[in-house]
Write a protein that binds this ligand. Structure first.
Ligand code: ATP
Length: 305
């Protein structure tokens, strides 16, 4: 089944004016594709252009050139397109004296909802984020994880088809992170497209299906996370049983706890070391692929290694 494109940008460029005759190229011909129902993480170091891209997609600023589409409609074309997008800002803060319910009522009214429709929507979003039972408790009694869930609830009030989450797990403890991660999975399972902006690469690695990495305004790589990680190195760790002597040729074994381990690069070297060990009658205890992490991938693309 061909998935529909939820977000598409075509050579999106943004130049900010920065004082007398100066300008900053914040986005340089960025073309991204985000498909319906996927969890897409937009990554990049500080100043890479992530916020600028997000602001253009939210219709808050205009690009200098290029185009952006949400479900095929040009961004900024009409307000109906804009409410197709829900947004959880970084550092979501609300009045701690209000209850979860009255917070959503207040924010819902600000976005033009009212009466029975608003009441129904509040009940639906509270249930989606698992806060129905505490809806009449003041926010000041909430954990940070619960406040983030309330933030996601407000972003869902207008029945968006796309959710932008800016650093959703920032400042949360491991349990709070698990809560938010599970909620993100649940929303995506029900068809929501999620655009995630986060510096916590280990978190991103656990949730994202696809990623795009921006560096100095350029998209340096985009693709399915599994494919990108699998396409990286094929290094292995070979562990042998028992003791070894000093006569291990080119193979550099290191002692780790009670085992001897050698790291080898590539499948050819793996075969070579296996032959070598067989000839020396040394038994192999384990061979493990060394997994490339998203952090390794990120560093590679940002440093251009
Ligand atoms: P961070 O991770 O630090 O939030 P970012 O990837 O979101 O960074 P942007 O905030 O989009 O990056 O900034 C991209 C570049 O554009 C930076 O060089 C920044 O200084 C510049 N910039 C952003 N907003 C403006 C503005 N309003 N006026 C001038 N320059 C700006």
């Amino acid at each position: 089944m061909v998935k529909e494109l939820a977000i598409k940008t075509n050579k999106l460029t943004k130049i900010y004016a920065a004082g007398f005759k100066k300008s900053i190229l914040a986005l340089n011909e960025v073309s991204i594709n985000i498909y319906e129902g996927e969890i897409y993480a937009l990554l990049g170091p500080n100043g890479a252009g992530k916020t600028t891209l997000t602001k253009i997609l939210l219709g808050l600023i205009r690009p200098t050139s290029g185009e952006a589409f949400i479900f095929g409609n040009p961004v900024n074309s009409d307000w109906k397109m804009r409410i197709a997008v829900g947004y959880l800002p970084e550092l979501f803060r609300v009045n701690p004296k209000l209850t979860a319910y009255s917070t959503l009522k207040y924010l819902g009214e600000l976005s033009g909802l009212k009466g029975k429709e608003l009441k129904n929507k509040i009940e639906i979003v509270l249930s989606k984020v698992g806060l129905s039972d505490v809806s009449h408790r003041k926010v000041e009694t909430f954990s940070k994880g619960m406040i983030q869930r309330l933030g996601i609830a407000q972003a869902l009030l207008n029945d968006p088809k796309i959710l932008f989450l800016d650093e959703p797990t920032e400042g949360l403890d491991p349990l709070g992170r698990i809560e938010i991660r599970n909620l993100i999975f649940e929303l995506a399972r029900n068809g929501m497209t999620i655009l995630l902006n986060s510096h916590l690469l280990s978190e991103v690695e656990m949730v994202a299906n696809r990623i795009g990495i921006l560096n100095k305004g350029k998209l340096v790589v985009e693709g399915a996370l599994d494919d990108l990680l699998a396409g990286e190195s094929c290094d292995f760790e070979v562990e042998v049983s028992g003791e070894i002597d000093n006569n291990m040729g080119e193979w550099n074994f290191q002692k780790k706890n009670s085992s001897w381990i050698c790291k080898v690069q590539g499948i050819e070297n793996l075969h070579k070391i296996m032959d070598f060990l067989k000839n020396r009658n040394i038994s192999i205890k384990a061979i493990r692929p060394i997994k490339t992490s998203l952090e390794d991938l990120f560093v590679k693309y940002i440093r251009g290694e």
